[in-house]
Design a protein around this ligand. Structure first.
Ligand SMILES: NC(=O)c1ccc[n+]([C@@H]2O[C@H](COP(=O)([O-])OP(=O)(O)OC[C@H]3O[C@@H](n4cnc5c(N)ncnc54)[C@H](O)[C@@H]3O)[C@@H](O)[C@H]2O)c1
Length: 306
């Protein structure tokens, strides 16, 4: 089976390439930046270039992981976020319908598409109502609407995920774990004297990126045509506990910072993904412990990532 990973040099794209190679796929990668021969440089915002690439390769499966992935950054880069998160998917589907209409296309949405306040006991299923609180959320909901509209009109074979937070070595800053790991590494190196924490009193569904890309592969293999799937761990993790692991890993540096006072846990909603649909379709179970992953992320920043 021939696969094309779009956004192949990114955080999740890099893990996905390895996951596919390890499972016997022929893997082509494309990105606007590349540090290896397996990832070609093509700007997938250009419809003609996207078409030429897909026409040449005629893949069996395309995974689109290209985009602007940070909700916080979407406020500074509203139009760029819209273009990257919507236009690339449209360019891919336009090319697929013309030159390889049977190709399965995996497109990545986000848990940010949901209205967390409507989650029943904090559990978010694919039926939970959607809402937008940032331009990123608008881009992902618009992507999903357009993808299903085009899939229906042209009888395409797509799968959309709504992916929850994922972490791991290689993640850029702009996300809670990578941001704090970078600051701790900077403290250790003496680049900064201290830093201030934001809100640590949230419960969220975190996964190791290696589990996430395994779920993507399994969905591409076994998911239902035109299905939507949550991708997450199904567990609620307290951000303060993740930070606790980092304090254990770097006690001297953490002595230089003050944790904000703890909120009453009764006031907090323990958000987690309902991954029943993913489990039933693929047999997926998370394998990695995110409390170990945060230590690997810190090590990665100690080695100079970021
Ligand atoms: N990281 C998370 O926790 C998370 C959670 C939910 C959903 N997602 C989604 O998963 C996907 C991948 O996220 P990530 O964290 O790996 O992002 P990333 O920023 O690490 O990777 C995105 C890649 O897309 C590439 N790219 C940008 N413009 C391009 C273009 N014009 N043509 C080709 N490639 C281009 C970038 O160079 C980059 O390598 C995104 O859609 C993101 O919204 C991520």
């Amino acid at each position: 089976m021939r696969t094309l990973v779009v956004g192949a040099n990114g955080f999740a794209g890099t893990y996905l390439r390895h996951e596919l190679e390890d499972n016997g796929y022929e893997v082509f990668g494309v990105d606007v930046v590349s540090d290896n021969d397996n990832v070609r440089i093509v700007d997938m915002l250009d419809p003609e270039k996207a078409y030429d690439l897909i026409d040449e390769l005629k893949p069996d499966i395309i995974f689109n992981l290209a985009g602007q992935a940070a909700p916080s950054i979407s406020w500074e880069k509203v139009l760029l976020t819209m273009h990257l998160n919507i236009d690339i998917s449209v360019n891919i589907l336009e090319a697929v319908r013309k030159c390889c209409p049977k190709c399965r296309v995996m497109l990545i949405g986000s848990a940010n598409q949901y209205d967390g306040s409507k989650a029943k006991d904090g559990v978010i299923s694919e039926e939970t109502p959607l809402n937008c609180t940032s331009p990123y959320d608008v881009s992902k909901n618009a992507q999903e609407d357009l993808v299903f509209l085009m899939a229906k009109k042209y009888d395409l074979n797509v799968i959309m995920t709504r992916s929850f937070n994922h972490i791991g070595p290689g993640q850029k800053t702009g996300f809670v774990v990578s941001d704090y790991c970078k600051r701790i590494a900077d403290l250790e190196r003496g680049k900064i004297d201290t830093f201030t924490f934001g809100n640590l009193d949230s419960w969220r569904d975190f996964s190791d990126a290696r589990d996430v890309v395994r779920a993507y592969r399994l969905l591409a293999e076994k998911g239902e045509k035109n299905g939507i799937y949550n991708v997450g761990s199904g567990k609620s993790i307290y951000i303060r506990d993740l930070i606790g692991k980092l304090m254990e890993a770097s006690p001297a540096a953490m002595a230089k910072v003050t944790l904000p006072p703890r909120l009453d846990d009764n006031e907090l909603v323990h958000i987690r993904a309902d991954i029943t649909k993913l489990r039933e379709a693929t047999g997926f179970e998370p394998e990695h412990d995110v409390f170990e992953t945060v230590k690997e992320v810190l090590e990665d920043f100690r080695r100079g990532n970021g």
